[in-house]
Design a protein around this ligand. Structure first.
Ligand code: PEP
Ligand code: MG
Length: 754
């Protein structure tokens, strides 16, 4: 049974449209269960009817014609109860309904199971038998399991088919595909589907005729791609802040990394031809990253695969394809890579839609740096049918409208125009401080690091760097970076921002994002060996990093060191002792290092309850609201299945934040927020009301946060906070804040339009 089940689900997933998918289901199920009839009803929520969509056994013309009113008949009962109904003799059941057109009365045995996705019953899978039949437990379980797996495939097939049938129809219902908000903003344009230049996975292993020649070809292809990337970097360099170009350096580093290239050469020497060796090496490396729980670390896998495809193109001596990009290009793909995005001329790129990825994917981060609206993780995206389509990208709400009607288009055109006006107005605030109407200044810092999000490095607006994630130089090598290598890295950011403060966070790797050369395999990685725990268990790694930080700051006085994942005071004491030791040793060695300010991240519930004890030990506190939300709510921040439960404006999170500010106050320590919450204009008001001393966010979020802070007083923010704390659910808090922003004429900061 299990084998049959897998096969059916697989075939349904591959079906090109809903009709074929449903026909397949009824055929396969009828056969597997050995029954007279198998049918699928799907619920038409607008018409409030269950529509017979496919059947094998009932009269063939009935599909599409027979409609059962909601809440009627046995089918209606299955939907209401959202559980299987198994009756031996249907006509004697009180809810039995004679349905004209399908000679229902000829059937006695009835089993219906609900097809459910995201708590909603989408339809019913029904089997019927002419004679009375009580379906066996095992058969019920089979249909039940199948239906649970079919929901996704059905939604996907539906999106595919609907798309085709709606094209150009003015009477089409307003239909959109749902994804996650990647980059806020609205874009209208024409789709260019970006697809991988070469299919690396399809490359077979093949015996190399001349290994030397293969090795030469391999090295030449790697060199050619490195050249291409350098040229691309130079070309788009003008459009990107200097630090964002670090992304290209990371790719170029990966190509230069011994592990990727040497492993390929090794495979050639073992007998494989260059293309096969490339596939092998790329797959091995990419898989390591695939297994990581952390979303932005997983992105490394797509980067590696993308680089692999580019190398393959040269090996196959294809000329890299040059696409024609229309004005207002919306780049769409299964897994849009940051390189693909960078290839579109900036003046032509209007939006990005990717079937995979999230707001923390590279491509989203790059799009944000370029201010391009993006929708990520659109699971039902029918990529193959989208080339040349007119689409609207609503990056605020994570929606993609395909072939919109003229009225929807007109409405969005208006919103996009207003958005542009608003951005221009916010741009005018660039050199002004984030000062409230009653004169409270809120320093706004930048988050940067893994892929830098620094805007104009010379901009006076930003108070400094509030969070520099130091994982990147560790990720792109095949060994720990040396002290000198780290110094070069840290000095770049320290010198760029001096005299403004730069907060370097010590290494935050762990079970969920192990380094390729430092494997950590754990059943429960988010609760495992992570962040400061690894640093303290490996003082040699920690000391090298701290030494590099201190030395990088020689001649400047703006370094601050921040410790991640602190869950007890001993960790702080031990880490501070090591930092002091590094400081003393460096002084003894003759380096003129200063002692930096030290801070801890508050991102674990125990740290919230001990915030005063922690505050006493350090110079500043910074709330990592991304992890704090994950740990307070027990919701994995990277898991799409529970994404609806992850809400950083949850009342529990707000109360924790209030408590953190109080704890910091008792010892007079400054406290800020550096998680995504700080970059949300609605939340920023609440954080102001709490008395947070600073906010740190990505460059793209900064203008909107400044826009709201300059229009509100601390007193108003405090009143809103008081109201928000009276609510017991996140939706009410969001509603309150959105209404408040609308009331102040600032709704445009959190939704499309002005
Ligand atoms: C956080 O947890 O909020 C944070 C800023 O750190 P990271 O997102 O790197 O875990
Ligand atoms: Mg964190």
């Amino acid at each position: 049974m299990l084998g049959i089940l897998h096969r059916i689900v697989h075939e349904v997933n591959a079906a090109p449209d809903l009709r074929k998918a449903l026909d397949l289901i009824v055929h396969k199920v009828k056969q597997a269960i050995g029954t007279d009839v198998c049918s699928v009803y799907l619920t038409d929520f607008d018409a409030r009817e269950h529509v017979l969509q496919a059947t094998l056994g009932l009269s063939p013309g009935a599909a599409g014609r027979v409609r059962i009113p909601m809440h009627q008949g046995l089918v209606g009962l299955v939907c209401e109860r959202a559980e299987p109904i198994n009756v031996e003799d249907a006509p004697s059941h009180p809810r039995y309904l004679t349905i004209s057109g399908i000679e229902e009365e000829r059937y006695h045995g009835f089993l219906g199971v609900p097809i459910i996705q995201n708590r909603q019953v989408l339809g019913v899978l029904v089997v019927q038998q002419r004679a009375p039949r009580q379906y066996e437990d095992e058969e019920v379980a089979f249909l039940f399991t199948l239906a649970a797996q079919l929901a996704g495939a059905i939604t996907h097939a539906k999106a595919n088919g609907e798309l085709a049938s709606y094209q150009g129809r003015e009477d089409a219902p307003i239909h959109f595909l749902r994804g996650g908000s990647g980059v806020a903003g609205v874009a209208l344009g024409v789709v260019v589907v970006s697809y991988p230049p070469a299919d690396l996975e399809a490359v077979p292993d093949r015996q190399a005729k001349d290994p030397n020649q293969e090795e030469q070809a391999f090295r030449a292809a790697v060199a050619a791609v490195t050249q291409d990337l350098k040229a691309l970097e130079a070309r788009i360099g003008d459009n990107l802040p200097a630090e964002d170009r670090a992304l290209f350096d990371a790719w170029i580093l990966m190509l230069g990394s011994d592990s990727l290239v040497n492993r390929g050469i090794e495979c050639i020497r073992e007998g494989n031809w260059a293309a096969g060796a490339l596939r092998q090496s790329v797959e091995e490396h990419a898989r390591m990253f695939d297994d990581m729980d952390d979303a932005y670390m997983r992105e490394r896998a797509s980067d590696i695969r993308d680089l692999g495809r580019r190398i393959l193109m040269y090996l196959q001596s294809d000329v890299p394809r040059v696409l024609e990009y229309p004005a207002n290009t919306i780049l769409v793909g299964e897994d849009v890579s940051a390189v693909q995005l960078a290839e579109v001329p900036k003046e032509k790129l209007a939006g990005v839609v990717s079937a995979t990825g999230s707001a923390s994917s590279h491509v989203a981060i790059l799009a944000r740096a370029m201010n391009i609206p993006a929708v990520m993780g659109v699971a039902d995206l029918p990529v193959a049918r989208m080339e040349g389509q007119d689409v609207i990208v609503d990056g605020y709400r994570g929606r993609v409208y395909v072939a919109p009607t003229s009225s929807v288009r007109a409405e969005y055109q208006r919103l996009a125009d207003e958005d542009r006006e608003l951005s221009a107005e916010l741009e005018a605030l660039r050199s002004l401080p984030a000062e409230t109407t009653d004169g409270v200044r809120m320093p706004l810092y930048l988050n940067t690091g893994l892929v830098s999000q620094m805007s104009d490095l010379g901009g006076e607006a930003e108070a400094g760097v509030g969070l520099y994630r130091t994982e990147l130089p560790f990720m792109v090598r095949d060994r720990f970076p040396s002290e000198m290598e780290q110094i070069a890295n840290y000095r770049r950011v320290i010198s760029a921002f001096a005299p403004r403060p730069v907060v370097l966070r010590t290494l935050d790797i762990g079970g969920d994002k192990p380094l390729p050369y430092f494997p950590v395999n754990e059943p429960n990685p988010f609760l495992g060996w992570r962040g400061i725990r690894i640093s303290l268990d490996h003082p040699e790694i920690f000391l090298t990093q701290v030494r590099a930080m201190l030395r990088a700051a020689i001649g400047f006085d703006n370094l601050r060191i921040m410790l991640p994942m602190i869950s007890s005071v001993e960790e702080v004491d031990d880490a501070v002792a090591l930092i002091r030791r590094a400081h003393e040793e460096l002084r003894e060695e003759g380096h003129e290092v200063g002692m930096p300010q030290i801070g801890v991240m508050i991102e674990v519930p125990s740290a919230v309850y001990q915030v005063d004890a922690l505050a006493r030990r350090v110079d500043f506190l910074s709330v990592g609201s991304n992890d704090l939300t994950q740990y307070l709510l027990a919701v994995d921040r990277n898991n799409a299945k529970v994404a609806d439960l992850y809400d950083d404006m949850h009342p529990a999170v707000l109360r924790a934040l209030v408590q953190i500010v109080e704890g910091a106050r008792t010892h007079g320590r400054p406290v800020g927020v550096c998680g995504e919450l700080a970059g949300n204009p609605a939340a920023a008001v609440l954080l102001l009301g709490m008395g947070m001393d600073s906010l740190s966010m990505s460059a793209g979020a900064l203008p909107r946060v400044k826009g709201v802070l300059r229009r509100i007083s601390r007193r108003q923010a405090e009143a809103l906070l008081e109201q928000a704390l009276g609510y017991d659910n996140a939706a009410a808090v969001r509603r309150l804040m959105h209404e408040a922003l609308e009331g102040m004429g600032l709704g445009g900061l959190v939704r499309p339009g002005k």
